[in-house]
Write a protein that binds this ligand. Sequence first.
Ligand SMILES: [Zn+2]
Length: 247
Amino acid sequence: MITALMYYGGYGYGLGRYGFYWDPTYILIIIGAVITLMASARVKTTFHKYSRYNTHNGLTGEMAARRILDSQGLYDVRVEPIRGELTDHYDPRTKVVRLSEPVFHRSSIAAVGVAAHECGHAVQHAKGYVPLQIRSALVPVANFGAKFSWLMIIAGVLLSWNQTILDLGILFFAAAVLFQIVTLPVEINASRRAVAILNNSGMVYEDEVSGVRKVLKAAALTYVAGAASSVLQLLRLVMLFGGRNRD
Ligand SMILES: [Zn+2]
C-alpha cells in the first residue's frame, strides 16, 4: 500500500500570496520530492526487470500466495485478484490477500515477491504483530490529520496568526507523519517474513529468492523515502508556523 501522503506537500501553493511560496524552507519540499521520485523510479525499474524473469516451476503470484498461506496454517485467508497495478494489499477485516491482476496471474519473480509480501502481512495479522496493530489503530488518526492539518494552518494564518490553531495544524500533520513512520517496520517485517518463508519452503530456487529480495527492498525504499519526505515537510511547517520564532 502506497499512501497519497507522499505527495502531500507544498502549503506554498495555497499561501503563495502571503509570501510563503519563495521562502527558503521550500528546499525541504524539493529534497523530499527528489528522494520520493528516485525511490519510485527505482522500484519501477526493479519491478519491470524481475517481471521478465519467469519462475522456474511456473509458480504464479496466486499459487505462491496460496502455498505460503497454507504453509502457515492460514487456510481461512483468501487470495483474490484486484484491478490495477500496485493495488496489492492484505485486508485484515475480511482476511483477504488481494493481488493486482498482473501479480495474480503471472509467474514472474516480481509477482511471487509481491504476493509473498502481502502474505507476510496476513501472517503478521494472524500472529498479532504489535506494530501492525499500532498502525491499524493509527489509520483514522492519520486520515483525520492529513485531511484537516492544512485547513487549520490556513485558518491559523487568516485569523491573524492564531498560534493555537497553527500548532494544532502542525500536530495533525505530525499524526499523519507518525503513521508513515510506524508503517516502516510493518512493511520491512512483512518482506522479511516473505523471504524467509520462500527460502525455507523450497517453493522457489536460491537465485529466485535473491531477485525477490531485490524487488522487496526497492519497494521498502519507497516507504522510507515517503516517510523521510513527510518528516521534511513537518520540519518545514514547524519552521514556518511553529510558535517559537513569533512569540
Ligand atoms: Zn506491505
